[in-house]
Every structure is written in C-alpha cells, then in structure tokens.
Design a protein around this ligand. Structure first.
Ligand code: SF4
Length: 311
C-alpha cells in the first residue's frame, strides 16, 4: 500500500492535520502539515482549524494539543509513545515538592504530563525557558521541573533563585563527551551545537546551545560548513533540507552498542500507524475536563509571554 497517498486522501476527507516533531523520521516529517519543536507545535495546535489533529510525536505533546483545543479530536498513532523525562515527574511527588518549597512560582517544561501542567503557574519549552524566567521580577523565587540539565542551564543564564527537580531525558544525557572531543579533533572547523537537556560537560564544550528550532536556525545563519550535533538526530533532516551543502555529524551515545541517541518513543510512530490511526480515528487522546481547565492556564501564559517577546 502507498501510505503517502492514502494518508493524503484521509487527511482531506476528514479535515485532519498532521503535526510532527523534528525527532520523527524524515518520511513522516515530509508528510506532515507542520513540523516543529514543542513550542511551535503548541502554537500550531492552538491556531489551526482542522477537525482532527494527528500528533506525530509523543503523548505529552498530543495532550498539550488537546488541552489547547479541547473541542478537537486529537489522535496519536501509538499510545505507548511516552517520554522518559515526563515520566520522571509524577504528580503525587511533585505536589509534595511544591509543598516543601513554598512561595515559589512553578515553571514546568512542556515535557510533562497534563497533571503536572495543571499544578504549574507557567509552562515553557527549551525555546523560551530563559526568556520566560527573565520576564519575571528579579526577586521572584522559582521551582523548575522536570529537566535538571535545562534547569541548571537556566540558572547559569539568569542567575535566578531556582529549585530544580531532578529529572532527565534518557536520550540527551547519553551523548558521549569523549566522542565529541574526538569528532572535533577530526573536524577542526566543525561547530559543536548542543541541546540544553544535555549534561554540563557536553554543554561546556558547545559553541552554541539551543532548542531544536534554535539549533536549526543557527545552522541556517552561521557561516560554518560542518556541525557536530548533540540532540536527537531527527533534526538533521531539516538541517539538510535547509542547507544541503553543509555537513552534519550526529553525536553517538556513551554506550556505542545501543542506538540511544535516537528517541525510541518518537520512533514508535510509523507511516503505517499514522495511516491506521487516521482511518480508525484511534487511539484518541482524552484529558479530564478539570485537568484541561487547570493546565490551560500555564500553557496560555507561556504562549502569551512568548507572543509579547516575539518568540
Ligand atoms: S527525546 Fe527525551 S525529552 Fe524528547 S520525547 Fe524523547 S525521551 Fe522525551
């Protein structure tokens, strides 16, 4: 079966739109109506006029789409597409963390479950986290969750009083520092570009640190010819599309016997699953209406601050 043609037909027939994250495989990025990082996808989920949103990404992203567009049917091709970072922050434990650190504004990364968002004051993504913290009064005390590496990056950038939750992404914390040093020795002109979810030693040798969108933008505007890329390698597809004449080297994980520089959750989504999901309109994302209304506030606040800051 030609999944590309069938998916296109179903999309038109059902007024459906496909939103895909940069970490999806190239053929899925190419069939999507919109490809982006978490912030851009949240903005798109809010603004599009489709009846059905199919999310080619992980569950917390599809939940965010449902929170922002509760009247729409939101589908995810594989309900098991989770996220180790979102899983590292459970609502029961996070409630206690907030209670143990009173009087702080709770900022959480969008890589969290709907329940965690419902406990938050402001959401953020790696594209806007530093700016969102900087938009608050200088003496405002903050809780940041769940990624400890992004949290520490924000502290380094802003110097604010922030208590950080101890969570990590199993993909970003696995990049090998030794491999980057060796790649740099072999490609002296290459620039090392790093996602802020990476560990401190990897961030310390970066020429540039940014969200997936910021890394893509950097490779577009920068004059170098070669980049050592420390984030999920799915983004390299867009980098190649924008600047095919440049070279992009994906950083391997510490354990060279595993493929864990790729996000196994993102890669659960396939063209066949997208086709079946559009055809059967299952699995569908459901979020409890009270959680939706509580979780809308921090996401809308993030989108409002981002709009004001022109992000
Ligand atoms: S790359 Fe990490 S943060 Fe992103 S979805 Fe996969 S596990 Fe979650």
């Amino acid at each position: 079966m030609n999944f590309i043609d069938e998916i296109k037909k179903l999309k038109q027939k059902k007024n459906a739109t496909i939103l895909a994250h940069y970490y999806q495989v190239p053929e899925i990025q190419d069939i999507a109506d919109f490809v982006g990082d978490s912030l851009a996808l949240s903005q798109k989920a809010e603004s599009n006029d489709a009846d059905i949103v199919l999310f080619a990404g992980v569950k917390f992203m599809a939940e965010t789409a449902k929170i922002l567009s509760p009247g729409k049917k939101v589908l995810i091709p594989d309900i098991n597409a989770g996220c180790s970072l979102a899983d590292s922050c459970k609502a029961k434990d996070f409630k206690k963390f907030i209670k143990d650190n009173p009087g702080r504004t709770v900022i959480t990364y969008v890589n969290t479950t709907a329940e965690i968002k419902a406990l938050s004051d402001i959401s953020c993504t790696s594209s806007n986290a530093v700016e969102i913290v900087n938009s608050l009064p200088p003496d405002e005390k903050i809780i940041f969750a769940p990624d400890r590496n992004l949290g520490n990056h924000i502290i380094n950038k802003t110097g604010r009083d922030i208590v950080v939750w101890n969570g990590t992404c199993h993909v970003h914390e696995e990049f090998s520092l030794e491999a980057i040093i060796k790649m740099k020795e072999e490609n002296k002109e290459a620039k090392v570009i790093v996602h802020p979810e990476c560990e401190l030693p990897v961030r310390m040798i970066a020429d540039y640190i940014g969200s997936t969108t910021a890394l893509l933008q950097f490779t577009k505007n920068d004059s170098s010819k070669c980049y050592i890329v420390a984030t999920e390698p799915g983004i390299i597809h867009q980098m190649k599309k924008e600047n095919p004449q440049k070279t992009y080297l994906a950083v391997p994980p510490r354990d060279s016997t595993c493929g864990c520089s790729e996000c196994n959750f993102m890669k659960l989504i396939t063209m066949e699953k997208i086709y079946r999901c559009l055809k059967t309109e299952k699995p569908e994302i459901h979020v409890n209406s009270k959680i939706i209304s509580d979780a809308q506030k921090p996401i809308k606040r993030m989108l409002e601050i981002s709009r004001k800051l022109g992000l």
